[in-house]
Design a protein around this ligand. Structure first.
Ligand code: ZN
Ligand code: ZN
Length: 548
């Protein structure tokens, strides 16, 4: 994430980012002139998936891969079928039934499809549970994932450690991209490298039907790895995977390899696109993926982000905004200047600037719903050089943070109008440079429900926990401006571990059992989304815990 994960943002280098990471300094910056259309949407319009995500998946649904039935409907046999769930990770116990599917019609449809397919798992060597009433709650998916992880978890952990030892900053992820491409090709897949040479996307399964994207970010941070006593410490001075993107990359790779097996066996009821995105921390890699057609034809997108506040084996979900927007604003005020003895003959520029600095934050906050938490805070104000001369220019710089997507879109226009009105009152000229960061990531309720349904199949009963909205930013929000989807928090903290870990710290690390958990969750979520396509009105909102 390009911004602090902790709501208070303490100790986070993102707020003191070096000049090179400032979006305004990059050619592809999101600077928005006050004279331009300031409601910036993602390059690929929302037309991409309008309606398409409601498409029901095609044939080929395999037995036992349907979302869980209501606990009251589940037979004891069904529970036993999902008993051995942990694989080598060992963090999951038996799953005693998940939440009821809210789409009774869809569930019946899936059971019908399940009944129609027979012997489907021959290619994977996993016994098929036949007889529809007894096949409930993803009984076949869990053992298939366990079988996959028994053969691949060690490889995935080694892959993550290799990335961790060789972290690369945004747009420089050449080695990471190469390693990914090699592994995907070895699995018979055809990755497509993005135009700038880092990052890739890779399709699995048939194109005729629903397409679901699983997104990982692959870049590291300009931080020194301060971990002691681990063999996989960064070998690159001043660069570290301190935001867990090596873990995200590995989990999406793991899910991709599993789903590729499913596709090879003819068991994938649609297409999964793996998105390995560069430069999330910069931020902006999401826009490169979109510009390259990375989400064209994608109906839904899902992502996991490591959360060291949640224990391994748990998944943090929240409906609606889960991360915040953070933009930068630069105000410049100009006037004729003059003697401080005669302010009436010129424009009192310092006084006007002071008015702008005090009026704008309060006026802005009163133009939007207070629940949007739109907040303008100045970080730098400067004007003049001597006590008795009114200067002819001055500046104010600050950040705009916002929890609400609609308010975020309106913020530049509102700010421009307020600035002009205050400046006019004091006869100074004012200009505004508004630099977009990332939009809030707004989780779609149905997509969150798919995460929850998937978790019910592959995690402990208490695996899903509510999670608060972060004031940090995440450029996954760009995708969700165009297509529905959700980002979830993956627990990476070892239960009972002493000390506090946080993202964007030199000592950040994860409990590597999270890789198996994340691989399962992503695989099950992709399959759930492919089965369901979309379940309007079926989702329950998960509000999340109170902001810390
Ligand atoms: Zn991150
Ligand atoms: Zn980050």
């Amino acid at each position: 994430m390009p911004e602090p994960e902790q709501p208070d943002g303490t100790g986070n280098p993102a707020d003191t980012e070096p000049a090179s990471t400032d979006p305004a300094s990059r050619p592809e910056n999101r600077t928005v002139s006050t004279n331009e259309n300031i409601t910036r949407r993602a390059p690929l319009g929302s037309a991409i998936a309008q309606g398409a995500h409601m498409t029901h998946p095609g044939p080929g649904v395999m037995p036992g891969l349907e979302p869980p039935a209501a606990p009251g409907h589940e037979s004891p046999e069904g529970r036993e079928d999902r008993g051995a769930v942990s694989g080598t990770a060992g963090v999951n116990g038996p799953v005693p039934g998940g939440p009821a599917p809210h789409d009774a019609e869809g569930a019946a449809r899936r059971r019908d499809a399940s009944a129609a397919a027979t012997g489907a798992s021959a290619a994977t060597g996993v016994p098929v549970v036949s007889g529809v009433p007894g096949v409930l709650g993803g009984a076949a998916l869990q053992p298939q994932l366990d079988a996959f992880l028994a053969g691949h978890e060690a490889e995935l952990i080694a892959f993550r450690r290799d990335l961790h030892m060789h972290p690369e900053l945004g747009y420089a992820e050449h080695r990471t991209t190469r390693r990914l491409a090699e592994r995907l090709r070895a699995a018979g897949l055809e990755p497509v490298i993005l135009p700038k040479g880092t990052g890739l996307f890779c399709d699995i399964g048939p194109a005729d039907g629903t397409t679901v994207a699983l997104r990982a970010d692959i870049d590291a941070l300009p931080l020194q790895d301060e971990k002691e006593g681990v063999s996989y410490r960064s070998t690159v001075p001043g660069v570290a995977h301190a935001c867990g993107h090596d873990v995200h990359t590995t989990m999406v790779l793991g899910a991709g390899l599993f789903l590729a097996q499913q596709a090879e066996a003819g068991l994938l009821p649609g297409r999964v696109r793996l998105l390995f995105q560069p430069a999330e921390e910069t931020p902006g890699g999401a826009l490169d993926v979109m510009a390259a057609g990375g989400i064209a034809g994608v109906d839904r997108a899902f992502a996991l982000h490591c959360d060291p506040r949640i224990e391994v084996g748990q998944l943090g979900l929240r409906t609606g905004p889960i991360t915040a927007a953070c933009d930068k604003v630069y105000v410049k005020v100009t006037g004729p200047g003059g003697h401080t003895a005669r302010p009436h003959l010129t424009a009192d520029l310092v006084y006007a600037l002071a008015k702008i600095v005090t009026e704008l934050p309060s006026a802005l906050s009163r133009r939007v719903d207070p629940r949007s938490s739109l907040s303008l805070v100045w970080g730098r104000v400067s004007a003049g050089s001597v006590a008795n001369a009114i200067p002819d220019d001055g500046i104010a710089e600050g950040t705009v943070r916002c929890l609400d997507d609609e308010a975020w879109h309106r913020a530049p226009e509102m700010m421009k109008a307020l600035l002009q009105s205050v400046a006019a009152a004091y006869d100074v000229e004012a200009s505004l440079e508004y630099v977009r960061g990332v939009p809030p990531t707004v989780n779609e309720a149905a997509s969150v429900q798919m995460f929850r349904d998937a978790a019910a199949q592959v995690m402990d009963e208490d695996g899903v926990v509510p999670t608060p909205q972060s004031l940090g930013g995440e450029d996954f929000g760009w995708y969700l401006e165009s297509i529905p989807g959700a980002l979830a928090r993956l627990g990476v903290r070892t239960p009972g571990a002493p000390g506090e870990y946080d993202l964007h710290r030199g000592d950040f690390d994860v409990d590597e059992r999270c890789i198996a958990v994340g691989t399962k969750v992503l695989s099950a979520t992709a399959l759930t989304a492919l089965w369901d396509g979309g379940r309007p009105g079926a989702a329950e909102s998960i509000e999340g815990a109170a902001l810390a």
